[in-house]
Design a protein around this ligand. Structure first.
Ligand code: ZN
Ligand code: ZN
Ligand code: ZN
Length: 266
């Protein structure tokens, strides 16, 4: 008998910049706003596949709170875009899933990111043999390369390169969905890889210019070039008020918010 498969979906676990929103110690209008969409955990997402498997993209510094807020009951794999603190600092909290899953969790990224993960979390990857504490996170690191498609949890993942200032980071395409956070520009080869994407998640920090992140006007231009039916902006700062900015975005482009969920074809 065929088992009915539900659709694949993505949940935005967080759409805030590296500080999160509200920013600690800030009393600006957005930081003190009661609007739930002006509260942003650090940027990350979960891809929930038709087969019940969950692929997390980045374990942000808010990972534990995000997992609890959005009912993340299992983690089958983690993809890392890059090793900036806001994208990796929740890695230790994967340990909770080791207890229920009873196996290690595979984590994937490029060689540069894996080297930083090994260094930053040396207590996990080069454990001290005299350590007497509780169980360490059980994680395995696997290198992937931009434009080399690989199979993960029963689906195909295409990593692509993005320029985050001088740093090359990874974006990911799954079927007709792509996730491109933390970038200032998108190389031509990645623009080609993104052709035909129906739903796009794209970095859009704020209106004011920034050296390593796309601004909202820059992201609108790139979103138009890519031509997805729907583009969602992420990694926003506290200068982005949800209601005010949303009113000024063109059709097919919207600000993401924490907990936003949409379906895609894997
Ligand atoms: Zn970031
Ligand atoms: Zn503020
Ligand atoms: Zn970054």
């Amino acid at each position: 008998m065929l088992i009915p498969m539900s659709a694949s979906s993505v949940t935005i676990l967080g759409c805030g910049t590296s500080t999160g929103v509200p920013v600690l110690g800030c009393a600006c209008g957005v930081c003190s706003s009661p609007h739930p969409r002006n509260k942003r955990y650090r940027t990350s997402a979960v891809v929930r596949l038709w087969n019940g498997k969950n692929i997390v993209i980045d374990t942000s510094a808010d990972f534990r709170s995000q997992a609890l807020s959005f009912g993340l009951d299992r983690v089958d794999a983690v993809l890392y875009t890059h090793a900036h603190a806001d994208h990796i600092m929740g890695m230790d909290d994967l340990r909770g899933y080791n207890f229920s899953h009873q196996h290690s969790i595979p984590c994937f990224s490029d060689a540069t990111t894996l080297a930083t993960l090994r260094r930053t979390f040396s207590y996990i990857f080069e454990p001290d043999p005299t350590y007497e504490g509780g169980m360490l996170p059980q994680l395995t690191l696997h290198e992937i390369k931009a434009y080399l498609k690989f199979e993960l949890c029963g689906t195909e993942v295409m990593p692509l390169a993005l320029q985050h200032g001088k740093l090359s980071v990874l974006g990911f395409r799954f079927g007709d969905f792509a996730y491109c956070t933390d970038c200032k520009s998108i190389p031509e080869s990645s623009m080609q890889t993104l052709q035909g994407v129906k739903t796009l998640v794209l970095d859009a920090l704020r209106y004011e210019t920034h050296r390593t992140h796309l601004t909202i006007p820059e992201s609108i231009e790139i979103a138009r070039k890519i031509g997805a039916q729907q583009t969602y902006f992420v990694h926003m700062t506290h200068t982005v008020d949800y209601e005010t900015v949303s009113k000024n975005l063109p059709p097919g482009i919207a600000l993401a918010y924490d907990g936003l969920t949409f379906e895609f074809s894997a």
